[in-house]
Ligand binder design. Structure first.
Ligand code: ASP
Length: 460
């Protein structure tokens, strides 16, 4: 973001004006969210699915695509500049080691919290036999599709994950957001390579990447102008999609699986309040209110898109510009986190696995629970940062503890709702760790909570 700073110094900037509350980004997104829920319920009740698909959903897809569009250039630009500005490479390995250790540690804590809650509440034991049979019949086909996808993941050898990180063609990696780890790898290597070059040769490329980063950050502001409409459309589509042609069905499902949903949500909230806030309180000088104000739009977008990958550009922008995390730290910690750190997903997988075992009358014992800790941590690392990916990896966890994978049918109906919530936890985790790493590296600046897009919004 050096360029934008230069521009700030070169040109006289208008004084930042304070916006009325209803023009603040998070309030506008909340309006979109609430209106989207209201419209979605009405549309589901009135049978307006087709109209919603034709005339409302496309705006959600446009918003979702626009966010995804800038993820690769943002990671590439900011990570290359971040690495190339390092004074020595020891720092990079220290930041890398610390980040991985906190990511894996917090995920293990998340799984443990999930296991504690599901073992105490035992939501699976209260699921009536008749509901279980009905759900299994209703979702049998959907389960087969998930099993097929899980099979593809399973067939890969133990070191395949390392092989997958190194692409044989960068342009093919950059052409899909699913290859974010490859983009991270290439950016690291390019950054390290630039460090080795004489300044005269490195500078033109560095300037290019620096410019690219500054441009993409501004594009985030522009895209966020359509966030309220995008969020409205995404939520409306989710609700009409869930209700499909039978509106009463989702209500029945929620009633039957309410206790299970409560266990997952309780776990997610506990993890956010205890683990993340504890880390922030202990290891950073940041006020928790500042953290939440800075992160509110990120959490709302994560909730609406159910994708930590699509939310990544906004997570990076808010962490850098609002929380004061340095570009060097955020450009490394956040893309890595969006790809491998999914605490919400791991917690949910643990609760879901035990819930299914309980509902099927199986006792998985202590060995089973310990297996869940290990497999859920690994499975969440392998989960793609897209909607619904967590349930595919759940199939593998169930296989590892000997629970029939057909049990996934029990929870499929409410998965989308829980996906929205676990994605919020996933992005909050990434941002907390970025803040912690920045603070412990002496790279956490002053937070600045003036509204995102001010520069643009105040000129509209
Ligand atoms: N939707 C989640 C995410 O993108 C992944 C999952 O749990 O399905 O973070």
């Amino acid at each position: 973001m050096t360029n934008s700073e230069n521009t700030d110094q070169d040109q006289p900037q208008p004084k930042p004006q304070s916006l009325p509350w209803y023009r603040k980004l998070h309030w506008q997104i909340i309006f979109g969210l609430v209106l989207g829920i209201a419209y979605g319920l009405l549309a589901a009740a009135q049978g307006w699915q087709q109209f919603t698909d034709d005339w409302i959903s496309p705006f959600g897809s446009i918003f979702f695509n626009a966010l995804q569009l800038i993820a690769v250039p943002l990671v590439l630009g900011s990570l290359v500049t971040g690495v190339a500005s390092l004074s020595d490479l020891k720092k990079l390995s220290r930041i890398g080691g610390k980040t991985l250790a906190i990511y894996i540690g917090t995920t293990a804590v998340a799984v443990t919290i999930g296991l504690l809650i599901v073992n105490v509440l035992q939501p699976g034991k209260s699921l009536p036999e008749s509901t279980r049979t009905q759900l299994q019949e209703q979702f049998a086909n959907d389960v087969s599709a998930r099993e097929l996808q899980a099979g593809e993941v399973e067939d890969r050898g133990p070191l395949q994950i390392l092989v997958d990180i190194v692409p044989n063609n960068f342009f093919s990696s950059a052409s899909s957001n699913r290859n974010m780890l490859q983009v991270v790898f290439v950016s690291l290597v390019v950054g390290i390579g630039l460090l080795q070059l004489p300044t005269k040769q490195a500078q033109p490329l560095l300037d290019l990447f620096d410019s690219l980063t500054a441009l993409v950050i501004r594009l985030v502001d522009l895209i966020m102008l359509m966030a309220p409409i995008g969020v409205f459309a995404l939520i409306a589509r989710t609700i009409t999609g869930l209700a499909a042609d039978d509106f009463g069905q989702i209500i029945d499902l929620l009633a039957a699986l309410g206790f299970y949903c409560i266990a997952v949500i309780l776990g997610l909230v506990t993890h956010m309040m205890v683990t993340y806030l504890g880390l922030l309180k202990l290891l950073t000088p940041m006020k928790l209110s500042v953290f939440f104000k800075g992160m509110a739009p990120v959490q709302l977008v994560a909730f609406s898109t159910s994708s930590s990958g699509a939310t990544l550009p906004l997570t990076m922008e808010r962490c850098e510009e609002k929380l004061g995390v340095s570009e060097e730290v955020s450009s490394f910690v956040l893309p890595l986190g969006a790809t491998i750190n999914m605490d919400g997903t791991a917690l949910y997988q643990a609760v879901a696995a035990v819930f299914i075992a309980q509902a099927m009358g199986m006792d998985i014992g202590l060995t089973g629970q310990l297996t869940i800790v290990l497999t859920a941590v690994l499975a969440s690392i392998g989960t793609a940062a897209v909607p619904g990916a967590g349930i595919i990896m759940l199939v593998i966890i169930l296989q590892s503890i000997g629970v029939p994978t057909a049990g996934v049918a029990l929870i499929l109906g409410v998965d989308r709702i829980l996906d929205m919530m676990r994605t919020v936890t996933n992005v909050t985790g990434d941002a907390s760790v970025a803040t912690v790493v920045a603070a412990t590296e002496g790279q956490l600046g002053e937070p600045n909570l003036s509204e995102v897009g001010d520069r643009i919004r105040t000129h509209l």
